[in-house]
Design a protein around this ligand. Sequence first.
Ligand SMILES: Cc1cc2nc3c(=O)[nH]c(=O)nc-3n(C[C@H](O)[C@H](O)[C@H](O)COP(=O)(O)OP(=O)(O)OC[C@H]3O[C@@H](n4cnc5c(N)ncnc54)[C@H](O)[C@@H]3O)c2cc1C
Length: 386
Amino acid sequence: MDFELSEKAIDFRSQVKKFIENNLTSEIISNMHKTGTFNDKSFNEALASEGLLAGAVPGYGDRDPVELYLLFNELEKAGAPYDGLAVTMLVAGIINAVGTEFHHEEILKKLLTGKHNCCLGYSEPDYGSDVASITTKAEKVGDKWIINGQKMWTTMAHESDWVLLLTRTNSEVPKHKGMTMFMVPMATPGIEIQPVPTMASERTNATFYDNVEVEDQWRLGEVDDGWSVMGIALALERGVMGGTNPAVPLLKHVLNWAETTPSKNESLMINNTLMRERIARTAIINQVGQLLTLRAAWIAATGGMPGVEGSMAKIYASEEYQKVVGWFQQMAGAEGLLSFGAEDAAASGWIDYDARHAPVTTIYGGTSEINRNNIAERHLGLPRSR
Ligand SMILES: Cc1cc2nc3c(=O)[nH]c(=O)nc-3n(C[C@H](O)[C@H](O)[C@H](O)COP(=O)(O)OP(=O)(O)OC[C@H]3O[C@@H](n4cnc5c(N)ncnc54)[C@H](O)[C@@H]3O)c2cc1C
């Protein structure tokens, strides 16, 4: 593959960087950590008004997944609130690929204003990795669909206007063939949202659907073909949509801390040989993560489906993130366990935050084990695990 970016992509990246310099404030960052909601609608709107959202939807105009990758890679490296926006842009990409004219008018156009968000309703209390076994049911009654069931981990449901909802519509066929996807407006009567706090400080939610009635126009893709829509979502999500450079902001905070904090022998932490080695290794890991992600984005941009490459980028980035933050927590000692706001917190609390956040990144978007299965089966040709 060619790692050089096109002129168009280089120009887009510099627009995003300039936007971040001018608009990302420390208040925005601290607010997301205080509330646990990694989404800032004013920031999203400002991005939209510069054309940077419309400029990153794959297949929209002359845009391809490289711009999508660049947008989220820069936001992630800067530590900006991007989780809500990432899901919203993922849904924008799916609608652009398989949506009807109604979906384009009613949803996509609104998403690109930055004022609206979407959430993903795939996982259920009993089915996360084995998502094809979901039981939330959509039944056609006359010309309407009636939805009943429960979803778990519906992150951003409390900020969203629509949920991309995976439902069971046929139990008589093999499980992959009996699901249908909907874009359900969150304001529909019968939807209840309950907050679920996490160790990562991010808020997620449990969502309940009790006789939720939607018209057929909110169906996305064909009846019983929800699995194909999931395929598009997963190809865009893994690798391309951020989550593959989380140790970049960590390294920035650690460097700042090591350069200003004395160690026990009163020399600065940065002069400790082990510290220097770990900082250098982290910089290399970050670079490898970036190249693996760029490969996934490039494959998507040239018409391929980076299913396996996205899994590789995701496992590498999330597991290395967990490893390196463990190194720095060890170097920091007890202060590495103190959170934001505590007087002696190492790196102002960032080491503690990243140590709690890193394990969660190995779970959402598909666990490390599931991604390893994917590589084993689809790349190495090993027997299927289930
Ligand atoms: C903070 C957070 C946010 C999330 N946000 C969303 C969201 O917005 N929308 C959404 O739909 N979901 C979301 N998820 C759900 C996430 O995708 C699931 O948690 C994940 O897919 C794992 O599913 P599970 O939790 O049911 O665990 P399980 O599937 O029950 O897995 C338990 C353990 O068994 C392992 N395992 C399972 N099957 C296999 C296998 N075949 N081979 C080897 N090992 C296996 C897993 O790797 C894991 O270690 C979120 C999760 C978290 C933690």
